[in-house]
Every structure is written in structure tokens, then in C-alpha cells.
Write a protein that binds this ligand. Structure first.
Ligand code: NAD
Length: 382
């Protein structure tokens, strides 16, 4: 299958591009490199040294013989996108290419505006590009479990059957996102759903949980193929961030009580979920929603798991309960459905102490690269 991976230089996109290529798909990558520029803006870095995209794809070709074409450009630039779609004629378009940090979107007005314009306009351009140039192409769009927020009822996969005043309907599940970033994803979901209904586009919205881990079978083949790993308070996500804090003997930074519960998945499962979605496309006109996570944990549970494994490896760290910089419920009900991907054959890699130990060992190799000033949160919601 001819597949475009937009955002293919990023944390999820790079290992996904490799995995799809390894499975024999004809993969090309779009990326505008903005994530690397944000490292400069924030005076931050990836814990793992990462090669340029050019070096990465050249190494992949050298090792496997597989060619991945790359297009450096911005999804907000419709003329650029149009040319790529005309040239590649993709059957699937995997869309990771968005600003994905909640704290980054909450820095100030400029960052909120950038996040929403980048994400919403980029996705609108992709929808128009598919409609005009490759109408049968399946859009596989990365959403987030954060779109739903933390309602006091179980979270369904995209839709809920509602009975109201004696009438019934299947309606989009209510969304209560917790940042301008998460809101941008909700706006995307509405725009995609509309495009499916009106133009007959086929789309899968993958409401992904928080991804942990860094390597996959393919990224491990050579250091030049290594994936990026974020640990700073703006881009580092729970679990990966805790493991890196443990490696540097920094107290694990739990925000508030740590009762915040979320869905999580291993990066190995992210790449597999995309493969499953691509190989089982949505029908024309269908807006299909999958909740893409494998397990639920509270933030405090994760910190305690990391603390225990670190102790077994001879590293002693405390758990620090910081004043929560975010506005969010710290104790709440959380139960979400995630059966669609399992029914299509996903075999989850679950979070065990050994999985945490493996990540910790990789992280320890690079711990001298950690810029300690970037660990504590500086962005506040209010
Ligand atoms: P990332 O920042 O590492 O990668 C995103 C890539 O997209 C970057 O390489 C960036 O340069 C590129 N990009 C951004 N805007 C672009 C534009 N306008 N044009 C072209 N390229 C652009 O992020 P990630 O962690 O790989 O996340 C990928 C997707 O998955 C995002 O949409 C994110 O919302 C979603 N997601 C991620 C997680 C997670 O835990 N990492 C969880 C849920 C959902």
C-alpha cells in the first residue's frame, strides 16, 4: 500500500514509518521539522541523540534496501501538500503532524493560537487535499483520549447511544478537553466527521492514550535509527518523564495527589495500531473512532512502579507531590472502552517491571544529556 506518514520525523511518526516500510508498504514522509526547532526555542533536547531525517532514511535504505521518500514542508501550505499528494497518490494518509504538547499550548496567547492554527488548518488542508486529489485515500488521524476529559460515566469509542425525551440516537461522545491543544484535536474531529458526512471521505480517528517507551524492533537496528525521547516539563509525558527523572536521581514530579487516571500504551503498540488501521480501512463516508490505549493507570501508580524498579537497580528516588500547574480533577472516575483495535488483532505489550527496567537501562546510557533546569514545570494553566 502507498502510505504517507505526516509528522514522520516525530516520536510516534518515525517508528511508524519504519514499521510500515518493514511490512512492505511504500512509505513517504512529510515533516516541516518544527519539533526540532521547538527544542531550540525551549533550550531543550531529546534525551537520545537523533540523526537528521536524511541520515535516518539513508541508513534505513542501506540496512533494508527499502526506499522512503521525504518531503520537507508544512501541512498549512496547501500548494506543497497538493504536489505531494499528486506525486504520491497515497492509499492511506497517516496524520501525526501536529503540535502535541498541552503545556506548550498553554504558555501564552501566541502558543495557543499557533497550536490551534497549525493543527486545525493542517488537518483541513489534508481533508481538502484528499477530497480533490485522492478521494479514495483513507485518512488515519491521531486524536487523543484527552479529547473526552474525565466524565463521570464510562467513555465509549467515539459515539454514545442516547435516549432523550422518548427518542434515541447514536451521537458523538461528549468532549471536555483540558487544554487548548486537546481542544484543537476536538475541532479536528468535528471537521473530519463533517468531511466524511458531506464528501464521503473515509477516516479513522485514533484517540490515542499517552505513549511510553522509545524503541521498536526497527529503531533498534542501528543508533542512526534511534527515536527521540522527551523528558522536559513541556514535551515529556508521564512515565517516560518519571523514568528519566529516576535515572538522574531527581524526585518524581507528581502533580497534586496523582489520582489523575489516563489510558497508556507502549510505542510498539502505536506502530501496530496504525498498521491495523491501514490494513482495515474505514468505508467511504465512515468516520470511525478507535480508542488507542491498552491499560489505565493513575499518575501516582506509575510513579510508584518506577520508584520500585529504580530501587531494584540501585537508584533511590522520592516522589514529590508538586502543586498542580494544570486545572484538572485529581480524584475522579475513569473507565474507557478500547475493544475495536483488540477485535482487529492488536496484541498489547503490557507495562511490566521488566518493561520499565529496559527503558530505564537505555535512559541511563544517555543521562548526562539531561538538562536538569527543564524538569520542573513552569507553564501554569492560570
Ligand atoms: P512529535 O512532536 O514528536 O511529532 C510531530 C511531528 O509533526 C514533528 O516531527 C513535527 O515537526 C511535525 N509537524 C508538526 N506540525 C507540522 C506541520 N504543520 N507540517 C508538517 N509537519 C508538522 O509528536 P508525537 O508524540 O509523535 O505525536 C504525534 C501525534 O500523536 C500528534 O498528533 C499527537 O497529538 C498524537 N498523540 C501523541 C501522544 C504521545 O504520547 N506522544 C499521545 C496521544 C496522541
Amino acid at each position: 500500500m502507498r502510505i504517507i506518514v505526516a509528522g514522520g520525523d516525530g516520536f510516534c511518526g518515525w517508528p511508524t514509518a519504519l514499521h510500515l516500510s518493514q511490512k512492505g508498504h511504500d512509505v513517504s514522509i512529510i515533516d516541516n521539522m518544527v519539533r526540532r526547532k521547538m527544542d531550540e526555542e525551549l533550550a531543550s533536547n531529546s534525551l537520545t541523540p537523533i540523526a537528521s531525517l536524511e541520515e535516518r532514511v539513508n541508513k534505513w535504505q542501506e540496512l533494508t534496501g527499502q526506499v522512503m521518500r521525504t518531503y520537507e514542508g508544512d501541512l498549512q501550505d496547501f500548494e506543497f501538500l497538493k504536489k505531494v499528494l499528486e506525486q504520491e497518490q497515497p492509499e492511506a494518509f497517516v496524520h501525526f503532524a501536529e503540535q502535541r504538547s498541552a503545556p506548550y499550548s498553554m504558555i501564552d496567547r501566541e502558543h495557543a493560537v499557533y497550536t490551534q492554527v497549525n493543527n486545525v488548518v493542517g488537518t483541513l488542508n489534508v481533508l481538502y487535499g484528499i477530497k480533490d486529489i485522492v478521494p479514495d485515500c483513507h485518512l488515519i488521524k491521531l486524536g487523543t483520549m484527552g479529547e473526552y476529559g474525565t466524565p463521570n460515566i464510562p467513555i465509549e469509542e467515539g459515539y454514545i447511544e442516547i435516549e432523550h425525551k422518548g427518542r434515541k440516537d447514536r451521537l458523538p461522545f461528549p468532549k471536555q478537553p483540558g487544554s487548548y491543544y486537546h481542544l484543537s484535536k476536538v475541532h479536528d474531529s468535528h471537521n473530519i466527521m463533517f468531511a466524511c458526512r458531506v464528501w464521503g471521505i473515509r477516516a479513522t480517528d485514533l484517540n490515542q492514550g499517552i505513549v511510553y517507551g522509545l524503541s521498536t524492533k526497527e529503531t533498534q537496528l542501528d543508533p542512526v535509527l534511534a527515536n527521540r525521547l522527551d523528558y522536559d516539563s513541556v514535551f515529556g509525558t508521564a512515565l517516560n518523564r518519571f523514568i528519566i527523572q529516576a535515572a538522574t536521581e531527581h524526585d518524581l514530579t507528581v502533580y497534586g495527589t496523582g489520582g489523575q487516571t489516563r489510558g497508556f500504551l507502549n510505542i510498539e503498540d502505536t506502530v501496530r495500531c496504525i498498521e491495523i488501521a491501514a490494513e482495515n480501512p474505514a468505508e467511504p463516508g465512515e468516520f470511525r473512532v478507535f480508542n488507542q490505549f491498552t491499560e489505565e493507570f493513575s499518575v501516582l501508580e506509575l510513579a510508584q512502579m518506577v520508584q520500585k524498579v529504580a530501587a531494584e537497580e540501585g537508584v533511590t528516588v522520592g516522589i514529590g507531590h508538586l502543586e498542580n500547574p494544570r486545572i484538572e480533577k485529581e480524584e475522579h472516575f475513569y473507565e474507557a472502552v478500547n475493544t475495536n483495535l483488540l477485535e482487529l488483532g492488536l496484541k498489547p505489550h503490557l507495562l511490566t517491571n521488566d518493561v520499565i527496567r529496559e527503558i530505564l537501562k537505555t535512559v541511563l546510557v544517555h543521562k548526562d544529556r539531561v538538562i536538569k533546569e527543564n524538569i520542573l514545570p513552569t507553564v501554569k494553566w492560570k
